[in-house]
Ligand binder design. Sequence first.
Ligand code: SF4
Length: 191
Amino acid sequence: MFTLTPSHIIQYLYCPRFIYFEYVLQIPEYQEKDFKVNKGREVHAQKTQINKAYLRQKIGAIDKWIGSYLTNDSLRGEVDEVLLLDDDTMAPLDFKFAKYEGRIYDTYKTQLYCYAILIEHNFNKSVDKGFLVYTRSRNKLIEIPIKEAQKTKVSKAALAIQQIIGENTYPKATKFKKRCLNCTYRNICTK
Ligand code: SF4
């Protein structure tokens, strides 16, 4: 069984058939920008400008693990910072080379949910929140609550993806038909 990245989960939640077309039929998907969760080179340059100690203090972090590459049976991911908080819970912190525009993309949240699962598995501590830092909005810090239901949704998505790829099953289409309008796969996707 291979492990999945947050991008796989994000793709599946957008439309389960993306997984089938891309990883079973091996037809690349060209809307990568919608699913990109990785940060470019610029963000690493930006990170050096951030007063991280101040941010961690504001959050109530008492310990940190930087650039942690974490895995479990089904997921893998590199977390910018894993923080131990003063209430003995842990939290992922993720830097975004982006401006804060008043709403948080679901892709960013899903990425944090994946990290929460990985942190709980590897550190044996509870995770009930995560943090985003928008480096192009003067390092604006946003707290994202993480509930059990959201972690369960990600775990179920991971299982479903393994099934699609492992058993070559053709999944249901997205319920959101608007998503089909500009879809790379619209000409081969049977509705
Ligand atoms: S056309 Fe619609 S159902 Fe088919 S893969 Fe694209 S988004 Fe999913």
